[in-house]
Design a protein around this ligand. Sequence first.
Ligand code: FES
Length: 116
Amino acid sequence: MKINTVGVPLLCKEGSGEVDLPHLTSPYKGEVEIITIEGLSKDGRLHPIQQAFMDCGAVQCGFCTPGMVLTAKALLDKNPNPTREEIRKAMAANLCRCTGYQQIVDAIEEAAKKCR
Ligand code: FES
């Protein structure tokens, strides 16, 4: 099975945007939903998390931003009202070389308010 995406460039074949799923390992059996950063915006409008990252200055070079935004979405889907500590803990595996994380935590708090 193959999917087409540009949001997971590290797994693409020669930058084609095509991902070969047998190379992915997953503990999930059966049907799973894969959401890429491009899949969050609807009708040309940014998702509230994406907009909050823009509004709070949580995007500088942007290298980490897709992972940060998608991790934030997973957090807010499970916990719509996280504390700042819960946000920091959820984001701990995502590294950002630019922002110092303060703006990222601010953005996720702001997005949580908008998504409730
Ligand atoms: S915005 Fe540059 S690495 Fe995070």
